[in-house]
Each structure stands twice: as C-alpha cells, then as structure tokens.
Design a protein around this ligand. Structure first.
Ligand SMILES: NC(=O)c1ccc[n+]([C@@H]2O[C@H](COP(=O)([O-])OP(=O)(O)OC[C@H]3O[C@@H](n4cnc5c(N)ncnc54)[C@H](OP(=O)(O)O)[C@@H]3O)[C@@H](O)[C@H]2O)c1
Length: 259
C-alpha cells in the first residue's frame, strides 16, 4: 500500500538534500520536525514552509554527534506527537586516507553517520510498531556499494546504513512500516565544501540536484521499496557494480580517487 505521511522528522534539514526533503514534505501537507545545528537556518526554513503550506514546523536544534543532542531527538521521537516518517539524512565525511584522519575525525563520522542513525531508527520504530504504521528513510550513498579509498571511514559508514536498512526492511516486511535506503551519487549541496571532499575531477554527468534526490527517496519510502538510486546514470552504475568483480571495482576506485 502506498503511504501518505502526515508528520515527519528530518535530520540535517538546514541545507542540501535535507532542505529539499523538508520542502517536498511540506508541499505535500506534512507537519515537520527539523533537526540540525544551525538554528538560524532552521528557523528561516520553518517560517517559510509554515507560511507557504500552512503546516506546523517545529525546530529542534541538536548536534547529533553529541550524547545530549542525540538524547533530545530520541526523546522527541518517543515522547512527543507521533512522527510517521523519520528521515535520517544528516551525515559528515572527511578528506584523507585512514592513516591521515585524526582519531577525533573518525569518531565524529561514526557518532553521526552510524550511532545516531541506528539509535534514532530504533527510537522511531518502537512507536511505529505500537501504532502499526510508519516509514523510515535512511540516506546512504552510492559509496556504500564499493570501496572508497580516500574516504574509507565515510564509505564504511554508508555500507552500514545500506546494510542496516535492508535488514530492517526484511525484519518489518510483515508490518505496514516502510523502510528504505536512498543511495545518491554526487549531488550539488554544501557537503563537499563542508567536508573538504575533492570533486574537481568529476564530469558534469556525475551530478544530481538535491530536489531530484529527495523526491526519489520520498517516492520509494511511500511505495515501500527497500532501495532507491536516483538518476539513470547511477541506476546503470548500481547494476554494473552488482555484476563486476570486486577486484576490478577496487582498481577503478583507486584510479579515480587518486590514492
Ligand atoms: N552531496 C552528495 O554528493 C551526497 C552523495 C551521497 C550521499 N549524500 C548523503 O546525503 C545526505 C545529506 O547530505 P548533503 O549532501 O545534503 O550535505 P549538506 O548540504 O552538507 O547537509 C548536511 C546536513 O547535515 C547536518 N549535520 C551535519 N553534522 C551534523 C550534526 N553533528 N548534528 C546534526 N546535524 C548535522 C548539517 O546541518 P548543520 O551543519 O546545521 O548541523 C546539514 O543540514 C548525507 O547523508 C550524505 O552522506 C550526499
């Protein structure tokens, strides 16, 4: 059955794909809880969406890499008004080989991309099981499908997201809770500048726009599909990756990432 969610919590809503999720959901009449660290941006977006679409928009400032921030968002998922759709979108990366990363940078990626995502998913699912209805949309990456030399920790966190999400999809297959992993390729957002990710080598065909990516994810979770890969070029790449020998994929990744 196709879902139509009346309320959603979006992490990382202050920029990029997260803002696109919020805009699209509000346009569909969905009440929102917006999470990120930059409160000024969330306040502006909340005001705009409330005015344009007459939906309720709560702003919940939180650093999901901190215990206190994570606890605040978990509490909102378990104790506040029901949230029918959770969009786990916030994530970070860092430039450098594993040996070049500091211990703190590794921890920061694991805390946000892995721990927060798993804990928020669990918090949301318990309420959804009680209500018998809901959706979880976890933003992963095409990087989850191959080796990621030069951003090994980031790639591994996204492999975790895809694996966790597919497992949860299977665990909840007999319920009316839809669980989807969204696997974008390179998308025009603040992500690369914010995380010092090298993108100068990429051709135009590699790029997606954030509204297209958000729409693909929301359509997939409404329909109950386990995986969403936006863009024809990345659909083709995802199918090829399933068939190609991993040794070839590793060699290609190494060549194009220049490490
Ligand atoms: N852009 C791409 O090419 C691409 C490709 C594949 C997958 N993705 C995935 O798409 C998702 C969205 O990324 P994006 O491209 O839209 O990047 P973005 O524009 O940099 O947005 C990242 C969002 O995460 C929030 N965030 C970062 N650290 C946070 C923290 N500690 N606590 C709470 N919120 C935090 C940021 O808000 P604040 O700074 O205000 O906290 C921001 O709203 C991520 O999961 C990313 O891995 C992106």
């Amino acid at each position: 059955m196709r879902h139509s969610y009346r309320s959603a919590l979006v992490t990382g809503a202050s920029s990029g794909i997260g803002t696109s999720f919020a805009r699209r959901l509000a346009a569909d009449g969905c009440h929102l809880v917006l999470v990120a660290r930059r409160t000024d941006r969330l306040d502006r977006l909340a005001g705009e969406l409330h005015k344009q679409h007459d939906v309720t928009v709560e702003v919940l400032p939180a650093d999901l890499g901190s215990a206190a921030g994570l606890a605040a968002v978990r509490a909102r998922l378990t104790a506040g008004d029901p949230v029918e759709l959770l969009v786990n979108n916030a994530a970070r990366s860092a430039r450098g080989t594993l040996a070049e990363l500091t211990p703190e940078t590794i921890d920061a990626q694991l805390s946000l991309n892995v721990t927060a995502l798993a804990q928020l998913t669990r918090a949301a699912v318990t309420g959804m099981l009680d209500r018998g209805y809901g959706g979880i949309l976890n933003v992963s990456s095409m990087a989850s499908l191959t080796a990621s030399p030069g951003s090994a920790v980031y790639g591994a966190t996204k492999a975790f997201v895809t694996s966790l999400t597919e497992s949860l999809h299977a665990e909840l297959a007999a319920t009316d809770i839809h669980v989807t992993a969204l696997l974008p390729g390179f998308t025009h957002t603040e992500f690369h500048a914010a995380n010092d990710v090298e993108i100068s080598y990429l051709p135009d065909i590699a790029w997606l726009d954030p509204d297209t990516v958000a729409r693909a994810g929301l359509d997939a979770v409404a329909a109950g599909r386990p995986l969403a890969v936006p863009g024809a070029q990345y659909k083709l790449a995802a199918s090829t990756v399933q068939l190609a020998p991993r040794s070839l994929l590793r060699a290609l990744a190494r060549r194009y990432r220049g490490v």
